[in-house]
Each structure stands twice: as C-alpha cells, then as structure tokens.
Design a protein around this ligand. Structure first.
Ligand SMILES: [Zn+2]
Length: 82
C-alpha cells in the first residue's frame, strides 16, 4: 500500500477514539464531517467504514461547509430525541 499520509489524515472512530475509521484529505475541515450511528441512520451516510479497533461500523458524510454539517448534526440530535 502506498504511503498517502502526506496527503491524508486519519479520521478517528468517534466511538472508541482509537481506531482509524477512514482517511480524509490533509486540508479537510473536521467540522465538515458528520458521523451517523446507530445503524438506522446509515442510509444517510456517504460511506460506512468499520473501525479496526472496536469493530463498530460508523456512517460518515462530508458536507460542503461546517455550517451545513452543524445543521445536519442538530437535525440528527432532534431525530434521535423523538
Ligand atoms: Zn472504534
């Protein structure tokens, strides 16, 4: 496998904080990413990588701006509270 660490950075698993869930571009803004869990939210995600540490599958989606990602996070919280 080619060493791509110069161009990407690891996106850590939000569940355990240890595993490398996926790689994102080195210049990507963390705030543009939203994670989806539990499984009934996976249909909203772009990809569903599996954490190599804890084995959990977490949906990940990138938004164009931090504002859009924040809106989505708030919408998700609202959905989960109902
Ligand atoms: Zn994990």
């Amino acid at each position: 496998m080619a060493n791509t660490s110069k161009y990407t950075k690891p996106f850590k698993c939000p569940e355990c904080g240890q595993g490398r869930l996926t790689d994102i571009p080195i210049n990507a803004d963390w705030r543009c990413y939203v994670t989806y869990y539990p499984q009934n939210l996976f249909y909203l995600a772009d990809s569903i990588p599996k954490c190599p540490k804890c084995g959990k599958e977490i949906g990940v989606k990138r938004f164009a701006t931090p504002e859009l990602a924040k809106e989505e996070s708030q919408r998700l919280l609202y959905c989960m509270r109902r």
